[in-house]
Design a protein around this ligand. Structure first.
Ligand SMILES: Nc1ncnc2c1ncn2[C@@H]1O[C@H](COP(=O)(O)OP(=O)(O)OP(=O)(O)O)[C@@H](O)[C@H]1O
Ligand SMILES: [Mg+2]
Length: 299
């Protein structure tokens, strides 16, 4: 049987998918982004990075944000983290307006941000200690999260003794040890090789399934977004604005087999269309340069 990948078949929602999202939308809203805009006044002119961004993230939801380079993904996540402020609109976390950084939001960046002079355990203990928890309590807390990311054998190692993937697992453990309401991740696996990246996606999915946490995850990688997300917020560039919010029609948790399922491929096709709209004018076509002479035997 040939499987059609045309959009109408994918957009016609099945009752099971509708039901899954109905249940997600019934959960409390953790993050409410309303009419968010951001304009930078830089030396080289005015840049409207974000315009009228609206979306809500529900408790325990996994939201991915994708879009072309420069569409404002990092600007958005920095505003959500309270590291920058919007020019218009507002962000609410659990109903309270965000006006600066706070332990209720955990950040994981692409660049490794562990303290190089502290062991894995001490890195993860850092948050609980800053909250004023006693050493023993913080240590037990850190051990719990280090175990959760599968690194209990490395608790006394230093970051420079770990691979890139392991460092990111420690960064995730350190973030979770602060018990944030939402984890904000800006291309956290962007610097990893393809194999490690796939492994990290599976780890993150497991962590998300085992921990009561909400995740907003930025990525360039469309397959990564479909594999991980309940919903995908697709941004357009110049100015960054929402092109579409896609409900991924695959049940959670995903498996590697899902990568070749018709629904996955149809979602991928939809994202491709949104992110790389086909537009090739005559003047865009490259000139043909002939490098062979008549009679050349080119096989
Ligand atoms: N501090 C700043 N001052 C001036 N312009 C900025 C500043 N930060 C970001 N911009 C501009 O805002 C736009 C969005 O940048 P941003 O880094 O958020 O994009 P991005 O989607 O994260 O890109 P990438 O995928 O390459 O990481 C860009 O045009 C960028 O040049
Ligand atoms: Mg960015």
């Amino acid at each position: 049987m040939s499987q059609s990948l045309e959009l109408p078949s994918y957009l016609e929602k099945e009752p099971a998918v509708e039901d899954r999202f109905r249940r997600i939308y019934q959960r409390p809203v953790v993050l409410d982004v309303a009419g968010l805009g951001k304009t930078f006044h830089a030396a080289n002119g005015v840049v409207e990075a974000l315009r009228d961004i609206h979306f809500k993230v529900h408790r325990r939801e996994f939201i991915c944000v994708i879009g072309p380079s420069g569409c404002g993904k990092s600007t958005l996540i920095r505003i959500l983290a309270g590291l920058d402020y919007p020019t218009s609109g507002a962000v609410k976390l659990d109903g309270h307006e965000v006006s600066g950084p706070g332990p209720d939001r955990g950040m994981v960046f692409q660049n490794y941000t562990l303290f190089p002079w502290l062991t894995v355990k001490r890195n993860v203990m850092f948050g609980p200690r800053m909250k004023g928890h006693q050493y023993r309590v913080s240590e037990a807390e850190a051990r719990k999260w280090i175990k959760m990311v599968g690194l209990d054998r490395f608790e006394n190692s230093y970051p420079n003794q770990l691979s890139g993937g392991m460092k990111q697992r420690v960064a995730i453990a350190r973030t979770l040890a602060n018990q944030p309401r939402i984890v904000l991740m800006d291309e956290p696996f962007g610097a990893l090789d393809a194999q490690t990246r796939a492994q990290m996606q599976a780890y993150l999915q497991q962590i998300w399934l085992n921990v009561d946490v909400t995740i907003l995850f930025i990525t360039h990688d469309l397959d990564e977004a479909i594999y991980l997300a309940d919903r995908i917020v697709v941004l357009d560039a110049h100015p960054g604005r929402i092109a579409e919010i896609i409900e991924v029609p695959l049940p959670q948790p995903r498996t590697p087999e899902d990568f070749i399922s018709p629904k996955f491929l149809a979602t991928r096709k939809r994202l491709d269309t949104l992110i790389h709209p086909p537009k090739m004018n005559d003047e865009d076509r490259l000139p043909m340069v002939k490098m062979t002479e008549p009679g050349d035997d080119v096989i």
